[in-house]
Design a protein around this ligand. Sequence first.
Ligand code: ATP
Ligand code: MG
Length: 394
Amino acid sequence: MEKIIFLKYGELSTKKDNRNFFIKTLNDTIKKRLNNIEITYDFGRMFIKPTDNNYDAVIDELQHIFGIHEIVVAYKSNQREIDDINNNILELLQDKKFNTFKVEVKRSDKKYPVNSMDLRKMFGSFILKNISNLKVDVNNPDIIINIEIRANEVLIYFDSIKGLGGYPVSSLGKGILMLSGGIDSPVAGYLAIKRGVKLEALYFESPPHTSEAALDKVKALAQKLAIYNNDIKLHIINFTEIQEAIYKNLPHEYLITIMRRMMYRISAIIASRVNAKVIVNGESIGQVASQTLTSMSAINEVIKMPVIRPVACFDKLEIIDIAKKIDTYDTSILPYEDCCTIFVPDHPIINPDKNKCEEYEKLINYEDMIYKAVKAHQVINITVKQDNEFQNYL
Ligand code: ATP
Ligand code: MG
């Protein structure tokens, strides 16, 4: 028998016409992330063999890749006779400790001469005969013995590891993530990647009001997302001139609303330049004055591109739970200032009037400033395998 890892696709297998495309994308992602494997696939399963026998490392990596429903360590044999299967099962059970068991049979080769139900009974009674003091328990067994009869081989396995689910990265196209140094936007990014959106991140900085350390914090967060996104590009926009112009010339209660309208405009420009179809951000309904429904509507109206807000309906504690799971939380709570927090007025408006937004915006020459900011913007590539170079702020 050969020890092998195989993957179950889950939701991917419900895609009719596009199924092959999704599976191929997953295969490409895995190949890109792991260079110490042999990999093959068919419509139902993907098989992975670590060439260096380091199963744990490969499984750990697979647990960070979207599009995988379950990861299974199995034993594969091309002996498909009942007696051979029986003997292989016994061999594998030798060093397992259990009192109750259940047999599950999947017969993907429908031409196999015995049906699943009969196979289950045959394997079960063979085990009972050959190992003493065992009982069958179909409801709550100590161990489930899974046997899959395939066209050219038989797979035997016991348990499986849950994968992340979702769709393979980039299978649904590209989005621009507005990535601040906060808790919400990395979580929003993670959830968008989960649905197959390949992200490029966009950060607005306001030097000297925001520091180099604040930028490094965003890079560290981007690097965490790179794990799921297959690397990530980080666009950095210098927002200082726009922000100062707003601060100097406009009524302060509208400061945040107008600032965010500018952010949206710039995000949409960057998105269309890189052929992204959506903007993703970490807004959550009601969290702050700029995230009331009226505010969101007054801000959103300046662009046509769809804005996806994966955490819109999550409570902060729910968002924090995910942030901890994906290991962004500790970085997000570092105290470095964000460009929004510096210019926060005492009383931001919670019900901004769209006409007033337009009227106030006429007081500054924002189109020129946006043009300049976009023209001067920088892009850096953050790859998965860099050695946590932005982590020294933790
Ligand atoms: P987060 O929401 O990520 O915890 P935050 O609470 O400081 O950070 P908000 O003021 O709630 O940010 O802003 C809402 C969303 O707007 C953020 O989730 C993020 O998507 C986007 N955003 C805010 N500031 C920036 C920035 N400096 N650069 C890029 N995007 C930003
Ligand atoms: Mg927030």
